[in-house]
Design a protein around this ligand. Structure first.
Ligand SMILES: Cc1ncc(COP(=O)(O)O)c(C=O)c1O
Length: 360
């Protein structure tokens, strides 16, 4: 009888990431569903591998970790939100630890550092993401090096290739928040990062209908510590959110390609627009920040969009934009700065909408 591989699930290293996202982490074999069942269980009958799902996961949750881990050839741990994943990393710090953060980064991470410092738990410094020499100089004394590239919302780029390999203290942890580019565009673990972080709320989920976070690492000791933190912080994800993330992630490659191609075109058009002074676009991904002439005009443009949605957050199939300095805690940003998350609508409609909104 001829042998067949049918029914044997593919391994991530056999496939292009776009195929892995569709084929990975799914049940295989005769009679198996092509989608993953949702298991909304908190507890399991004694005698098996699982006891209580806050600690022991469910099959749906395992499937998402298999899928996301496969993208980075690492172990993935999924969380109830991006900030829950951030909290699990900060939970690794000893009292008095030194933390380095970019001077522009997701404000929830900066706020966590400020809050912990105010309670005397850590000390932290913030450095320009693109000042590689300043990071190299300070990294040798830091316990946690938190990088985000491109940064939110100014889209500065850190030299990850250099920083992930730079000399640092033994036992220090270097994390890259990879939410803006996803593992499809940037693989910091390959460059030497210890942990990558994603707010799966954004591109991985992709439909603005869930909150989730994930960490990936190739260090088993860190996996064990982070898993313990997740259990003790109660940062475990819900069954429905995990299912929705699995479903959304199947089209990640399509969405990232379409949104990025739209973003390249929009960045070029915005650069020539009379009502736009500066365009920040790093040349890849689908986040653009641009300066409308002043705060009032930026606010008016945000109120006038019809296809793009005036909303916070990013990474959905729908384009969203907001004036970031209007967000509490973000008043230090340029007053007319608009952060635009480009989605998958037709480019012709996106540009017509942005143009009319900017002229409003
Ligand atoms: C770059 C980045 N990291 C982390 C987070 C936090 O993720 P969540 O909102 O899923 O907790 C966000 C949220 O906007 C983000 O943009």
């Amino acid at each position: 009888m001829p042998t067949t591989l049918g029914g044997v699930p593919p391994e991530p290293q056999e496939l292009d990431p776009a195929s892995w996202l569709i084929a990975g982490g799914r049940p295989h074999g005769p009679g198996q569903p092509l989608s993953h069942p949702i298991t909304p269980a908190s507890t399991f009958e004694h005698g098996g591998d699982r006891i209580y799902s806050r600690a022991d996961a469910t099959e749906t949750w395992d499937a998402l970790e298999t899928l996301l881990g496969g993208l980075e050839h690492a172990q993935s741990l999924v969380f109830a939100s991006g900030m829950a994943a951030v909290a699990a990393v900060f939970d690794q710090l000893e009292a008095g630890a030194r933390v380095l953060l970019p001077d522009d980064c997701y404000h929830g991470v900066a706020q966590t550092a400020k809050d912990w410092a105010a309670k005397g738990r850590i000390r932290f410094d913030r450095l320009p993401a693109d000042d590689t020499a300043a990071w190299q100089e300070r990294m040798t004394g830091a316990d946690l090096i938190w990088l985000e590239s491109p940064t939110n919302p100014l889209l500065s780029i850190a030299d990850l290739m250099t920083l992930c390999r730079a000399e640092r203290k033994s036992g220090s942890i270097l994390v890259v928040d990879n939410t803006f580019l996803t593992p499809l565009r940037q693989q910091p673990l390959d460059l030497g990062a210890d942990i990558t972080m994603q707010s799966t709320t954004k591109f991985i989920g992709g439909h603005s209908d869930l909150l989730g976070g994930s960490l990936a690492t190739r260090d088993q000791h860190l996996v064990d510590r982070l898993r313990t933190s997740r259990t003790l912080l109660g940062a475990s994800p819900g069954a429905l959110e995990v299912f929705l993330t699995l479903r959304g992630a199947r089209t990640l490659a399509l969405r990232v390609d379409t949104a990025e191609s739209n973003a390249k075109e929009l960045a070029a058009h915005l650069g020539n627009h009379p009502d736009v002074s500066t365009v920040r676009y790093p040349g890849l991904g689908s986040m653009i920040s641009f300066d409308a002439l002043d705060a009032d005009r930026a606010a008016a443009a945000c109120r006038s969009v019809r296809v793009v949605r005036h909303a916070t957050s990013l990474g959905g199939v729908e384009s969203t934009m907001e004036r970031r300095a209007g967000t509490p805690g973000q008043e230090h940003l340029p007053a007319g700065l608009i952060r635009l998350s480009v989605g998958c609508e037709a480019i012709i409609d996106l540009w017509a909408d942005l143009d009319q909104a900017l002229r409003s």
